[in-house]
Design a protein around this ligand. Sequence first.
Ligand code: FES
Length: 152
Amino acid sequence: MSVEQHEVQDILTQYDQDRDNLIPLLQDVQERLHYLSPQALSAVAEHLQLSENDVFGVATFYAQFRFTPPGLHHIKVCEGTACHVRGSSRILDTITRTTGIEPGQTSEDGLFSLERVACFGSCALAPVVVVDDKVYGRMTSAKTQRLIEEKK
Ligand code: FES
């Protein structure tokens, strides 16, 4: 059994075989693995006695779940109201142009992954970008581009 399988099994033992546990279970698996692998989805389905299609269908419905491993640098762009009003969509476009990835994807070289997030709770700093858990406030497209170049 791989380390990943062990970790998933460890999480599964903490949950009863109750369908209502699906979302919390997926959240726990993602927190541990940083994404939902096909093997993890299948183990969750088996544990809750659901079909893999049902589990995958539910997981893809929620933007919070990722299906590819995160990159070396994980970029989160806030799309909450304050950040949206101050141009977060332009920042997101810049990141996609510079790295070649859309939200939910990881670049082919494994360097960057991108995620769209609702409010970080730092609205006074809008628009906000978080890279590897470090918060960058009052971002512009130019500052974002420089930040990405520095991380390459
Ligand atoms: S809306 Fe972006 S931090 Fe609150």
